[in-house]
Design a protein around this ligand. Structure first.
Ligand SMILES: NC(=O)CC[C@H](N)C(=O)O
Length: 292
């Protein structure tokens, strides 16, 4: 527990709540692991940064943790496609680890930016959608070669790094409880969410799994794909974050760990009243409170 930077209310929550343990997974090219671990600690968790190589040597390490977090960065240099190599290594070598976090009824998984890209490539954010019901038989994938949804290059083909407005839909997502809107930084090149077809999009939407969406500063979302720069990448339905059916597994492209302190807000010196914390901190608190 890091108490050096805590406010009185934060200290109170640190001492009164059980402290979940967070595994912040590092890989070559990860660059947001320190800030992400700090955000979890500020929210009252115990966070440890663990290299993927250490887990491949000893996958049983996972049983020490209740939350898996894949932080942002450029894992394996974004080679082939962002998140592809880390996802492939995890699928090949860390099946039990994913089972421990995704399939247990209590544990949580959070993927931030590059972490969301990994979760999308693993298929855990779109699991259960895009299935065909065969007569009398089990559900089959409509087309195994095409995933239900993916993240691809921003419409303008460049890395985009700035702040965005986000609105929370009615959703089972544990991390977004009691949050309606957030103002967070984004920083990605491959963040455009596209669904395979309209049915997949509708299936995700009706289950509340398109949990976080780019919106206008007022919080409104007036069209299916808002124009640039409101929607920074041109993704379907303005999607910025997706959760699984249980709400315990969540991936988002913006960076909540970069707005945990009020002074990280770009206009903080011009505000009349300072909020106690940045708008991203509640996501980490919600994760800690899940275990209370
Ligand atoms: N901030 C990040 O995690 C970057 C994600 C990824 N490397 C991209 O550019 O799309």
């Amino acid at each position: 527990m890091r108490i050096g930077f805590c406010s009185p209310s934060c200290l109170k929550s640190c001492f009164s709540m059980p402290q979940p343990r967070v595994l912040v997974l590092r890989a070559p090219g990860t660059n947001c692991d320190v800030e992400t671990a700090h955000a979890f600690e500020l929210a009252g968790a115990v966070a440890e940064r663990v290299h993927v190589g250490r887990l491949m040597e000893n996958a049983a390490l996972a049983s020490r943790y209740q939350i898996l977090c894949l932080p942002g960065g450029f894992s394996y240099g974004d080679d082939i496609a962002a998140g592809r190599i880390l996802a492939t290594r995890m699928r090949r070598h860390l099946g039990d680890l994913m089972h421990h976090f995704v399939d247990s009824g209590d544990n949580l998984v959070l993927g931030i930016c590059n972490g969301m890209q990994v979760l999308m490539r693993l298929g855990v954010l779109t699991s259960g959608v895009g299935q065909l019901q065969t007569a009398g038989g089990p559900a089959e994938s409509a087309d195994d070669s095409v995933p239900p949804a993916t993240l691809t290059w921003n419409n303008h083909g460049r890395f985009e790094d700035r702040w965005v407005n986000l609105a929370v839909d009615k959703t089972p997502c544990v991390f977004l409880r009691d949050i309606e809107q957030m103002y967070l930084p984004m920083a990605h090149a491959e963040g455009k969410f596209i669904a395979r077809d309209a049915e997949v999009l509708e299936e995700l939407r009706s289950a509340g799994r398109l949990a976080l969406r780019y919106c206008e500063p007022s919080g409104e979302i007036q069209s299916e794909t808002l124009p640039f720069p409101i929607n920074p990448n041109g993704g379907d339905a303005n999607v910025a974050g997706v959760c699984d059916a249980s709400g315990r597994v969540f991936g988002l492209m913006p960076h909540p760990e970069r707005h945990i302190d009020a002074t990280q807000h770009p206009f903080w010196t011009r505000r009349k009243e300072q909020p106690e914390h940045g708008e991203g901190l509640q996501m980490f608190r919600n994760a800690v409170e899940w275990f209370a």
